[in-house]
Design a protein around this ligand. Structure first.
Ligand code: IMP
Ligand code: MG
Length: 180
């Protein structure tokens, strides 16, 4: 195993190997290949965090598919809920299409719920969710991803696209916040 790393004020320890991450990405791509073999899905990857997972999935995906990237802008303190998110960058027609959201992590599920509701308003034929990480103990919204790379404990992770204060996204595997 590699050593611990420091990002800003926090120490992280390796959570799994680079090979483990690749194996899970290939396994999810295989599930998608099976489920969408007669279809032409549109993958919608949510920036910034999902860029590495999206690239890995697409590398292993066989057959017709499109990919586009969206971003969710947060406006804090706009209403009583404290956070409103709006979708930016959806540049393909998804009406009547089979759509798969690609996320880095589903934590409370708020982001995914907002995104799902927004995309459903465009009347896709189907809408599924693939996420690299899922924290089942953190979920507060009634949402369950359809394809899950790893179910994680209720901790904080960086690497393979995920960041802490903007850093750590380039790490080739996952690191967990170390309890000091
Ligand atoms: P949500 O609570 O499911 O809406 O997740 C909100 C966002 O918090 C995610 O899209 C990530 O950007 C971020 N996030 C949640 N947990 C982690 C983590 O363990 N590491 C890095 N970012 C996280
Ligand atoms: Mg995200």
């Amino acid at each position: 195993m590699q050593d611990t790393i420091q990002i800003s004020d926090l120490i992280f320890e390796p959570y799994c190997s680079e090979a483990d991450v690749q194996v899970r990405c290939a396994a999810i791509a295989a599930e998608l290949n099976r489920d969408y073999q007669d279809k032409s899905p549109i993958f919608i990857a949510v920036l910034n965090g999902s860029f590495m997972f999206a690239a890995a999935l697409m590398k292993y995906y066989i057959g017709d598919a499109q990919i586009t990237f969206v971003k969710l802008a947060s406006y804090h303190g706009v209403n009583s809920s404290g956070s409103v998110k709006s979708l930016m960058g959806l540049d393909v027609q998804i009406q009547g299409k089979d759509v798969v959201i690609i996320e880095d992590i589903v934590d409370t599920g708020l982001t995914l719920q907002v995104l799902s509701n927004t995309l459903m308003a465009h009347s896709p034929k189907s809408l599924k969710v693939a996420t690299l990480l899922f924290k089942p103990l953190a979920v507060k919204h009634p949402i369950k991803p359809d394809y899950i790379g790893f179910e994680m404990p209720n901790s904080f992770f960086v690497g393979f696209g995920l960041d802490y204060n903007g850093f750590g996204r380039n790490l080739p595997t996952l690191y967990q916040l170390k309890n000091t």
